[in-house]
Ligand binder design. Structure first.
Ligand code: ZN
Ligand code: ZN
Length: 412
């Protein structure tokens, strides 16, 4: 029993380490500053507690803070849920339809992806979020999205308090001259006088908190809209990307296949209910998923395997022999390169001599492809774009070609 307790305590301590990262530190700092300033401003100057409205307002401010922190910590500590180590499909013949993760030493369940920051295969992985220092996936999708909804709402309430405090406090102090605006910060002219007058530092702190609150409202609000789209379509950001590539692949080979994304239940409400339930636990087990008619458990994983095979067939290895800055129209790479720059918004990638690139298509003087990244330092990143053909040369077939080329490559 004692041993078990110490194991639990040890695990909790490990989990607390998630807080020691710039993401949670900044996020919690912003929450602390905005909620504390809103409460101070409200109680001291704008809406004192001796009125009913003031009390309700104060309770609401506390309520926002508690609900925001509750969902934030849930998203962080419950986590996305990992594919059990050693997992494999129930029927052994289904193993051929799924990819194998060499790091986790188990098959990848449908919708799961290996996160190199978490170092585990994550169930229904959407993305790795630095702000919660954890992945957003199957188990914490609801709490994560609730946090994204509540944070802007709380910030709007706080912004209202900040603006009204500054407005009411400064209204009587501003005097307009012929060519100047004077603000009298000497004493409060409010009736009844607050215990602490609204001074310059209170003004500065309120203004700073207002900036933080408005910034958070916009930034987090946009993330909320993105996550709502993901939930209502039942299609994660990674899966949208796979679907795009499926269309691209089918068009390229003109196979006449029709790819149907299997997890969209066809009704926003049904998709919504899979994530948000009254119990707080999402539907299913995160490994087996409900699919729409005409699809089966492995519709998407088979498409992923096809894309993986296709990428190997279609891509050619190149090595950079010259540095390239990533400029759209590079001056030093020759006149033809300069004038034939691809007319597209697709990015250019900077190259350093010796870089490896997997090229998937090309023009006469330009090529498009993925930079082969060092998996130890650039976890989870993809660098793809255009570069001048002049800066690279084709790799001869060597033993390296036999190494796995995909992102799941083990550290050598
Ligand atoms: Zn894995
Ligand atoms: Zn992760």
């Amino acid at each position: 029993m004692g041993a078990l307790c110490s194991v639990i305590r040890f695990e909790n301590l490990q989990e607390l380490k998630r807080l020691c990262h710039w993401g949670p530190i900044i996020a919690l700092g912003v929450i602390a500053i905005c909620s504390t300033m809103a409460m101070i401003d409200a109680v001291m100057w704008y809406w004192p507690l001796d009125t009913t409205g003031g009390s309700v307002n104060f309770i609401m401010l506390i309520n926002w803070t508690v609900m925001i922190l509750y969902n934030y910590f849930n998203a962080m500590f419950i986590g996305p849920g990992y594919v059990p180590l050693g997992w494999k499909p129930e029927k052994s013949q289904d193993c051929m339809y799924v990819q194998y993760c060499k790091v986790c030493q188990s098959y990848k369940a449908p919708r799961s992806h290996h996160c190199r920051k978490c170092n585990r295969c994550v169930m229904k992985m959407d993305h790795h979020c630095p702000w919660i220092n954890n992945c957003c996936g199957y188990q914490n999708h609801a709490s994560f999205t609730l946090f994204l909804l509540l944070a802007p709402l709380g910030c709007i309430h706080a912004s209202f308090i900040f603006v009204m405090t500054m407005y009411t406090q400064l209204y009587n102090r501003i005097s307009f001259g012929w060519s100047s605006v004077k603000i009298d910060m000497s004493a409060a002219k409010r009736d009844p006088l607050p215990i602490i007058p609204f001074g310059l530092s209170a003004f500065a702190a309120s203004l700073f908190a207002l900036g933080l609150a408005l910034g958070t409202t916009i930034a987090v609000g946009m993330l909320f809209i993105i996550q709502m789209k993901v939930i209502l379509r039942n299609k994660t950001s990674i899966e949208s990307w796979i679907e795009d590539k499926a269309k691209d692949r089918i068009q390229y080979y003109k196979t006449g296949e029709i790819f149907i994304f299997p997890y969209d239940m066809g009704s926003k409400w049904k998709n919504f209910k899979q994530v948000f339930t009254w119990s707080g636990i999402p539907e299913g087990d995160g490994l087996e998923w409900r699919v729409r008619e005409g699809c089966h458990q492995y519709t998407l994983t088979i498409e992923q395997l096809k894309q993986k095979a296709d990428k190997r067939v279609r891509s050619v290895r190149y090595r950079a022999v010259e540095d390239y800055s990533g400029a759209c129209c590079p001056v030093t790479k020759g006149v033809k390169t300069f004038f034939t720059t691809p007319c597209t918004e697709e990015p250019r990638i900077a190259l350093c001599k010796g870089d490896l690139i997997l090229a998937t298509r090309g023009l006469k003087h330009w090529m498009y492809g993925d930079k082969v990244l060092d998996s130890t330092t650039d976890a989870g990143m993809r660098v793809r774009g255009w570069f001048p053909r002049k800066c690279v040369e084709k790799c001869l077939y060597d033993s390296e070609m036999d190494q796995p080329l995909d992102g799941e490559k083990k550290n050598r």
